[in-house]
Every structure is written in C-alpha cells, then in structure tokens.
Design a protein around this ligand. Structure first.
Ligand code: BG6
Length: 509
C-alpha cells in the first residue's frame, strides 16, 4: 500500500495508538450500559496499553457511593462482562485508585458546581491538562436536562488552553425528526458540533470499520458496486434475544424500525453504498453519508404494502411472546421484526433494491451484508449446472467476522460441472489479536477526537426523515398487518416475497 494511503487510513482510524491522558466522566455510571459495555471497555483499553498516562475515571450517578464502593461495583461489572478473562488483578490494583465517584442529581444545579470543583481538583492532582470526555450514558428523558445543566455549570467548554471537552451521546437520538432536531438544538446550545460524538456502536465493529478500507483501499470491489453489476443487496441484523426482562418499556415506544433500522441498518447501507469521499476525513465521510441517506426514496403509501413486512414474536416453547414481556401491553401492536425494500435515487444505484431485515427472538444471532451480483450475461455455462447461485460478496459482522466471496468453480474431474465456491477471509484466523469490542474502539476514538465512526447531526436527521416518511406511509395506508412469528423461528415467511422472484431468497440466518 503506498505510504500516503497508509498514513491517511491510519489517521482516520487511529486505532492502536494511545488516547491522550484525560478525565473520563461517565454520567449514569450505575446503569446497565456502563456495567455491560463502558467499564469493561475502559479496563480492556488499559489492558492493551491504549490509554494515555494517566487516564482518570469519574463515575457520576444519583446514588450516594464512596470511591471504594464504586470501585468494588465496577470490578464486579468488569468481571461479569469483560470479553478478556480472567481479570488481571495486578492491573486492576494499579488502575482502580484512579476511579472516583461523584453523586449528582440530574436536575440539581448545585451538584454541577460541585462536579466542576471535583474535576478541577482531579485535574490539578493528576495533571490531566483540562482534557475531559463527558460520556452521557443516561436515558433520553434526562439527557437534555443534563446537557443544559452542564452548560449552566460551565462544564461545556475547556477551562484552559490545550484542554478539551468532548461529549459522547448514546442513542436513541430522538424518536422522530422533530425530537431529533430538538435534541440537536439542545446540544448545539452547549457544544460545538466537533465536540459531540454520537455513538452508533455498529460503527465500532471491526468489519464495519473495515467497509471503508474494503471499498476504497482496494481496486477489485469498488468498480462492481453499482447498478450494472449488482442485482440486489441484503442487510440483516437478526437477534436471538427478546426483551431480556428489562427492555420492554423502551421497545414499546421504539419498535424495530426505529430501534434498529433508523440507526444500525441505515448506517451499514450508507457505508456500503455511498459515493467515495474526497478524503478519508470525518467531515468528507459524513458529507457522503448524508448525501446518500437523502437519496433513499421512502416508499409511498401505495408501495408500503408490497415493500414492508412487520412482525412480532409469539410464544414458543419456553420463550414468552412479546406481549407477555415485562413492560409490554397485552395487545401491543409494536413490531419486533421488520423487513423492507428501499431504492436509492441516484445514478449508481437506480433500480437496485436494498432489502433490510431485523428482528428479535429469531433462530440465530447474525448480522451481515450480502451483495448479490447479476448473473453472467452470456449464459455460456447454462448447461453446466442448474443449481448455481449468483456471485455474492458477504460481509459478516457477527458471528465469525470476515468477508466471503461466493463464485462458481469447476468441480474437479473430467466433466465441466460447476458449483459455488466460497473464498473466505476470517478476522479470527488472519490476525493474531482478537478484534476489540466496538465500545473500546469508539471510546479510544472519542478520547482522541477522531470523529469518523460517529454520527453527525445532519446524518441523524436525514435518517429520521426517511424513517418518518416510512411511518407516515404506514399510517396513511393503515399500519401493515402485524404478522405473528414463533420465537426462535426465522421470522415471517412473507419477508421472502420482498425479493420479488421465487428463485431469489434471503441468505439463511
Ligand atoms: C441496540 C438496540 O442499539 O443494538 C438493541 O437498541 C439491540 O435493541 C442491539 O439488541 C444489538 O446490538 P448487537 O451489537 O448485539 O448486534
């Protein structure tokens, strides 16, 4: 790879470098996200030597805890949820004295002044140079309150030259376009856009980050990604879990379209199909994504019936149905599964369907992109085999991260019978180090100020605009009938019809 390209890519991904020393302030630190994802990610970054020296953690939440109790809770969380096991006790012994705790009521302005003072003390004690990453792992109901009070308390801007204040925000970024705009306005009142890091954790997954490299650092794939060669694209994010006993109330407001399609699936689609950015800079990549998202045509009220399928899991064996889950209404009409076909109004993709599907309580956990190519036009080998499938590029996000290329090959021997062959690349085999967790990648990037794998405000608004359009069409046409599918199945069979041709099928989960 030429030196210039390599530097650009390294600059864009910064992965493997040390983040600058800073204070990492985690709001909502006693919550689920902090226990499952954030604390283990910090520990694993320390373990792989990727935290600047010193990195200080200040946990913030409502409950009164002292530093010692807080450290014990965090160790429990890390022990339960870290992917690297067993826990390195010696590392924790050295690192844990730098984990501190501050109680704060989100709506108490005085608490923010106390927080500012505590940060000042920590900064002076550890010489972290006024560098602060504020991770807002709080629910959407209090997020705006926290942002507003951070501003009132003067915590939104650097206190000295060379310092920084960056803020990490978790989804959901609103429930629709108006609420997303309101949230963005609120963030804008306190922070400049380049201080805000909106997380879509799918972008921290290794094979998603690699999509840009696959397309733009290589010559063999990119020329094929257009309407001339591609028959259709399938994007799947299937999960085996249901509401896990705790997510019912959230899901009742969200549903699969808002929860998964608005964020993860549209991001995958944009990264796969957007035009090439002029440079591998965050700004240029965001520009391309926004342009792409705006080019997706929302199905009209007439098209929704043919192009969307809504499903909800029903009880099966031990698995409860969605309507039996905690926090879910007994006659809920919320979809836990959605499949839909989208078309893009641009020269590259006109007429090529993108089929998206996602669902809970399905037969397997599987996230992948499959680009299905058109068949060889001259039909030279038509007689050689009648079971041949089309060529496919398969980007596996989970499980077994990697890339497969399915092409036809000759069965060894004197005949000329063809069979599909799979050229298969697996991260697990190709690289010695295991892929880091998405949250490790994203945290390190946010600490370094690298925004490529985060979402910009207009990107979020463009995807809500599309989702709102789909919902409006749904409502105008009378919500597409909810199809009940048994938990543990592959979802509603009706999703097969989206592919439009009995010989085309979804790649199996
Ligand atoms: C979250 C959704 O953003 O992504 C969840 O809110 C979903 O509903 C999760 O379960 C899936 O993430 P992953 O990494 O397990 O595929």
């Amino acid at each position: 790879m030429p030196r210039r390209d390599r530097n650009q890519i390294e600059q864009a991904f910064l992965w493997g470098q040390q983040a600058p020393p800073c204070i990492l302030v985690i709001f909502g630190v006693t919550g689920d996200l902090a226990a499952r994802k954030i604390a283990p990610a910090i520990y694993n970054l320390a373990r792989s030597g990727q935290l600047g020296e010193p990195t200080i953690v200040l946990g913030v939440a409502r409950r009164p805890l002292d530093d010692v109790q807080f450290r014990a809770e965090m160790l429990r969380a890390i022990t339960n949820h870290s992917h690297s096991q067993p826990i390195d006790q010696e590392l924790w012994r050295r690192f844990s004295p730098r984990w501190h705790y501050q109680a704060l009521q989100a709506d108490n302005e005085g608490d923010y002044l106390a927080l500012a003072q505590r940060l000042g003390e920590l900064d002076a004690r550890y010489k972290t140079g006024g560098r602060r990453l504020l991770y807002l792992a709080v629910g959407p109901d209090i997020l705006q309150k926290v942002v507003c009070n951070l501003r009132q308390g003067g915590l939104h801007k650097p206190q000295r030259p060379g310092g920084f204040v960056r803020v990490v925000v978790e989804k959901p970024f609103g429930w629709d376009l108006p609420s997303a705009r309101q949230l963005n306005r609120c963030l804008r009142r306190a922070f400049r856009e380049n201080q805000v890091f909106r997380i879509d954790h799918y972008l921290g997954k290794e094979s998603v980050g690699n999509l840009l490299v696959l397309r733009f650092a290589n010559t063999v794939i990119e020329p094929l990604l257009n309407r001339r060669y591609v028959d259709h694209v399938q994007i799947t994010a299937a999960e085996t879990v249901g509401m896990e006993g705790r997510r019912g109330a959230y899901y009742e407001q969200a549903g699969a379209l808002r929860d998964m399609v608005q964020s993860h699936l549209l991001q995958l689609m944009a990264l796969l199909a957007m035009e090439a950015p002029a440079r591998l800079s965050a700004g240029d990549i965001h520009d391309r994504k926004v342009e792409f998202l705006r080019a997706i045509a929302p199905p009209t009220a007439r098209q929704v019936a043919r192009r969307t399928v809504r499903g909800q899991y029903a009880p099966s064996g031990e698995f409860p149905g969605y309507r039996q889950e905690l926090g879910v209404s007994g006659d809920s009409e919320v979809e836990t599964y959605v499949a839909l076909s989208l078309f893009v109004r641009n020269r590259r993709w006109a007429g090529v369907p993108f089929h998206l599907r996602t669902g809970k309580a399905l037969a397997a956990k599987s996230s992948r992109i499959v680009v299905v190519f058109k068949r060889e036009a001259a039909g030279m080998f038509r007689e050689a085999c009648d079971v041949r499938g089309p060529n496919c590029l398969v980007i596996r996000i989970y499980p077994d991260e990697g890339i497969g290329l399915i092409i036809d090959g000759k069965v060894p021997g004197p005949s000329s019978i063809l069979r599909p062959m799979n050229l298969n690349f697996r991260y697990g085999e190709a690289f010695e180090a295991a892929s880091p967790e998405a949250y490790e990648h994203l945290l390190a990037d946010a600490m370094s100020g690298e925004a490529t794998l985060f979402l910009r405000n207009d990107e979020v608004e463009a995807s809500w605009n599309l989702i709102d359009g789909i919902r409006t069409s749904w409502i105008a046409a009378g919500l597409p009938k909810l199809i009940l599918y048994p938990a543990g199945s592959s979802g509603p069979e009706q999703a097969d019809r989206l592919l439009g041709d009995p010989y085309k099928h979804w790649h199996p989960l």
